[in-house]
Structure formats: structure tokens, C-alpha cells
Ligand binder design. Structure first.
Ligand SMILES: [Zn+2]
Length: 286
């Protein structure tokens, strides 16, 4: 929770990462992926957390939580970048189910897609992350698989978040979302610079989609979305993209919007909380 101009805001982060790749020998490589302040925070506390647990995954859950606490983030969705990091997600769900929401991992091009989907149900995850660039698919080439995944996720109460930006044409997402109206889909980064207008268009046409703000510098586009009767402030979500982006910049982007305190609260936490409560129902244990 942060306090700004005497107003309190709870922070629910819809987009953050950590990885079991975090290790001392990889420090210089990791500095290309993460902001220096976060890397310094991790390595300044390395020894202290080493004594908490011998288990690398468990220690990394504590380090990730330390970062969130440092930036006053109340609750966060953790998105695995690499397949191995789904284990980090599962472990954090066991250790801190009230604060950390570890999502699962699905690659639409997986040869074991059915088994991977079942794995999500077995681990009772709240959601998944997909990434067109890292997973080498587009919303066009993987249309069939994506409809299958989204329908499965709609039935089994699993939120889907996709990275969006310069990869994969966002317009091709609309027919997929139209064929899986029971799903909840978060447009990660809201198309970044190259596709922000298309992200708004998808949000206009598909009421089951949400615009997540991390990394997207077009604040006027979010004002446009808030004013648009077919989108509205209820479908905008705060996200940080920790550890790649600076959380305080992402927080400031919301605080600086020319909207009311109550509307800022919706973006910072109420919207994500409402989506999770309404969609996940009994599965959501908060
Ligand atoms: Zn990200």
C-alpha cells in the first residue's frame, strides 16, 4: 500500500516476474534483464536468504517477496518466463497464497498440450502466461490451439495473460476472444508502443479482455480507454513488469492520470480483485 497526497492506495500487480535463473554467477547476465536497483536488492540480501532455506526455489520465493515488499506491493501475479519457473509459481502458491498468485505456463505449440493443460488444473493455478515472441507463435498461426486453450481456461477458471507488443498482430486476437467468451484475457502491456491502438480496439470489441498498463508509455491512450463507453476504467489493470521495469515509474503513471482518487484505486487494485473474485469464484482463496 502506498500513500500519496494523504490518500491510501493498495497495489495489486497484474504483471511481475522472477526466475530460478537468479544466481550469483549469472549476475552480469541478469543485469541485462532486470533493473539495477532490484539486482542490488537481491544480492545485498543473498546471504541472509541463503540461511532461510537450502532449497533454491524456496529461497527465490522469499527474494521475490522481498522485492514486492520493498515497493509496497500488496499482492502480485507472478508470470513464469521460462517453463522451469512454473515450479517457482507452484511453490509461492503454497508458501504465500494470500499475497502471491503464481501463474502456470502454457506454450500453444507444445506437443503435450493436453497434459500441460491438465497440469494447470492439478496445481489449481489462477492463470497462465503466454508469450508470442518467446514461444514463437502468432495469434494467426496458433489460432486453433489458442481457441482450445482459452475455452479450456474459461471452463476451468484460469485467467490468460499474453505478452503483447511488437510481435504478433493484435487484430488477430479478436476472432479468438469472440470464440471463447467465457475466458478472461489480460492484454499484457496493452500492445506497448507499436500496437496500443489495436489493443484498445480489441478491448472495445471483446468485453472479456483487460488492458494491463506495464511498460506502455501512452498515458493518453489509457485516458481514451477510460473515457470510451465500450471499455471504461473498470477494464484497466495496474502492472509493473518487475524486475525488468521500475515499479515506481509504473506507479507514478497511474497517480499522474487526470482521474479521480476512486478511479485510481480501481486501476491499482479493485479491478483485478473484482475480476479474480467474479471469475475464479470458490477457487480464489482470499
Ligand atoms: Zn513481462
Amino acid at each position: 500500500m502506498i500513500i500519496y497526497k494523504d490518500e491510501e492506495y493498495r497495489l495489486w500487480d497484474a504483471h511481475s516476474h522472477f526466475s530460478n535463473l537468479v544466481a550469483r554467477p549469472l549476475k552480469s547476465f541478469l543485469k541485462a534483464l532486470a533493473i539495477y536497483e532490484i539486482m542490488d536488492l537481491i544480492f545485498a540480501n543473498w546471504q541472509r536468504f541463503k540461511s532461510i532455506s537450502e532449497d533454491r526455489t524456496e529461497k527465490n520465493v522469499y527474494l521475490y517477496k522481498l522485492i514486492l515488499d520493498f515497493y509496497q506491493i500488496d499482492k502480485a501475479i507472478h508470470l513464469p518466463v521460462f517453463k522451469m519457473d512454473r515450479k517457482l509459481s507452484y511453490r509461492m502458491n503454497e508458501l504465500f497464497p494470500q499475497k502471491l498468485f503464481g501463474f502456470g505456463y502454457i506454450n500453444p505449440r507444445s506437443k503435450k498440450l493436453d497434459q500441460d493443460l491438465q497440469d494447470l488444473v492439478d496445481h489449481k493455478v489462477y492463470g497462465i502466461k503466454i508469450h508470442p515472441d518467446i514461444m514463437k507463435f502468432t495469434f494467426k498461426t496458433a489460432q486453433e490451439e489458442l481457441i482450445k486453450i482459452l475455452r479450456f481456461c474459461g471452463e476451468n477458471k484460469i485467467i490468460v495473460l499474453s505478452h503483447t507488443g511488437s510481435h504478433s498482430t493484435l487484430k488477430n486476437l479478436t476472432p479468438i476472444l469472440k470464440k471463447s467468451e467465457e475466458s478472461v484475457f489480460i492484454i499484457g502491456h496493452s500492445g506497448l508502443c507499436p500496437q496500443v491502438s489495436d489493443a484498445l480496439q480489441v478491448a472495445k470489441e471483446c468485453p472479456n479482455s483487460y488492458l494491463e498498463m506495464s511498460g506502455n508509455p501512452y498515458t493518453y491512450k489509457f485516458i481514451e480507454a477510460i473515457k470510451d463507453p465500450d471499455i471504461g476504467v473498470e477494464r484497466i489493470l495496474f502492472g509493473t513488469d518487475i524486475p525488468s521495469l521500475h515499479p515506481r515509474v509504473e506507479i507514478q503513471k497511474v497517480l499522474a492520470l487526470p482521474i479521480s482518487t476512486e478511479e485510481k484505486r480501481l486501476i491499482f487494485s479493485y479491478n483485478l480483485e473484482r475480476v479474480m473474485r467474479d471469475f475464479l469464484k470458490d477457487k480464489f482463496k482470499i
